[in-house]
Write a protein that binds this ligand. Structure first.
Ligand SMILES: Cc1ncc(COP(=O)(O)O)c(C=O)c1O
Length: 363
């Protein structure tokens, strides 16, 4: 496949050997290993977007006064390239990531990126590092497009120079030992995003603000943290890196509505469609943590799951906080959770027809 934006390619003279690569791909985990190349494109106020380059992966030369290091103008995306049984490699809704990237750019007062440049850059790294796309099981090549304010300037204003990049990292199956429900810590002390803030943007600062709550979750034996709204501490927003769904038996599936403070997940959006196609009634609305606890207690809530690009669909076993613990499903994932998970994976891995035009061929 060829891209419409032209990228010059400088091959990495110290690229991993086939044997080294094979060793990494045996058990890549998540985010541990980077491929041999990266994409770079610079933007300046005077000249706009420059030449797209695929270059050897390596450290950046960044002026210590670059504004990203001081004022945090940084946005990113995360999407995966999936190898299908015939060897072809596909992205899942990369155009949606491109659109979200630009929404994040607008919120952070950064320059926007032509959407085709975003998608072509993803394609360029996949083409350059095609041998790094794993095959088999639920493996993939995770793509991380991001943009930083690279202007050397200490004044507080939006920068006049940005660097857009894409790096890539092979990813193994998220659940290596079978799909097990995770325990969630509901953070009553810390919030992630406030109305009018940056919660709906995918910017590094949101994650920096969430890490202390994630640490607390770990201290309480939970794998993930769930945030409540910043005003009333009552409405469930999302997890540190995933959206969340509540299954009310055969009656309905509920997910928190997009309030401006949660990230509009592409998995979340895709599940709205897939669950409806499976015959579920799906509702986007405000979700009260107290009602959720009562509905778990009464058995009205039968399953809870989180969703996002990295882990696809993850069953949630319990919601815990300082003085409460509500157990939904302690050891086995529920049937609806698994059904939705499979439907999504079948599309992503090309096992079922892509009737929504979600898949984009990279190579
Ligand atoms: C805060 C947050 N919410 C939700 C998601 C899920 O989004 P997506 O389904 O687009 O990966 C992510 C992951 O990107 C995230 O970081």
């Amino acid at each position: 496949m060829s891209t419409s934006y032209t990228f010059s390619v400088t091959r990495n003279p110290s690229a991993a050997s086939a044997a080294e690569r094979a060793k990494v791909l045996e058990n890549p985990g998540f985010g541990n290993f980077m491929t041999d190349h990266m994409v770079m494109v610079d933007w300046t106020l005077d000249d706009g977007w420059g030449e797209g380059k695929v270059v050897p992966y390596g450290p950046l030369q960044l002026d210590p006064s670059a504004s990203v290091l001081h004022y945090g103008q940084e946005i990113f995306e995360g999407l995966k390239a999936y190898r299908h049984a015939d060897g072809s490699v596909w992205g899942f809704r990369p155009q949606a990531n491109a659109e979200r990237f630009n929404r994040s750019a607008r919120r952070l007062a950064m320059t926007e990126l032509p959407e085709h440049l975003f998608v072509d850059a993803c394609q360029a790294i996949v083409e350059a590092d095609l041998d790094w796309v794993p095959s088999g099981g639920e493996t993939s090549l995770y793509l991380r497009p991001f943009m930083i304010a690279s202007e050397p300037f200490l004044g507080v204003r939006s920068a006049h120079r940005y660097t857009f990049m894409v790096i890539a990292s092979p990813a193994g199956a998220y659940f290596s030992g079978g799909i097990k429900p995770v325990d969630i810590w509901v953070s009553e002390e810390y919030t992630r995003a406030a109305p009018g803030g940056t919660g709906a943007a995918k910017c590094g600062g949101n994650y920096a603000a969430s890490l202390i709550a994630q640490q607390q979750a770990a201290e309480h034996g939970c794998q993930q943290v769930c945030f409540l709204d910043a005003v009333e501490r009552r409405w469930i927003e999302e997890l540190g890196g995933m959206n969340v769904y509540f299954v009310y038996g055969d009656e309905k599936i509920v997910t928190p509505e997009l309030s401006g403070t949660i990230l509009e997940g592409i998995t979340r959006d895709s599940i709205l469609t897939l669950a409806r196609e499976q015959g579920h009634t799906v509702v986007e609305q405000r979700v009260d943590i107290n009602e959720v606890r009562a509905d778990i207690e009464s058995g009205a809530i039968t399953e809870i799951f989180a969703c996002g690009t990295a882990a696809v669909v993850t069953p949630i076993g319990s919601l815990q906080s300082a003085d409460s613990k509500s157990v939904v499903q302690s050891s086995e994932p529920g049937a609806d959770t698994l059904g939705i998970r499979e439907a999504l994976l079948d599309i992503q891995y090309g096992r079922t027809p892509d009737t929504h035009g979600w898949m984009h061929r990279f190579a």
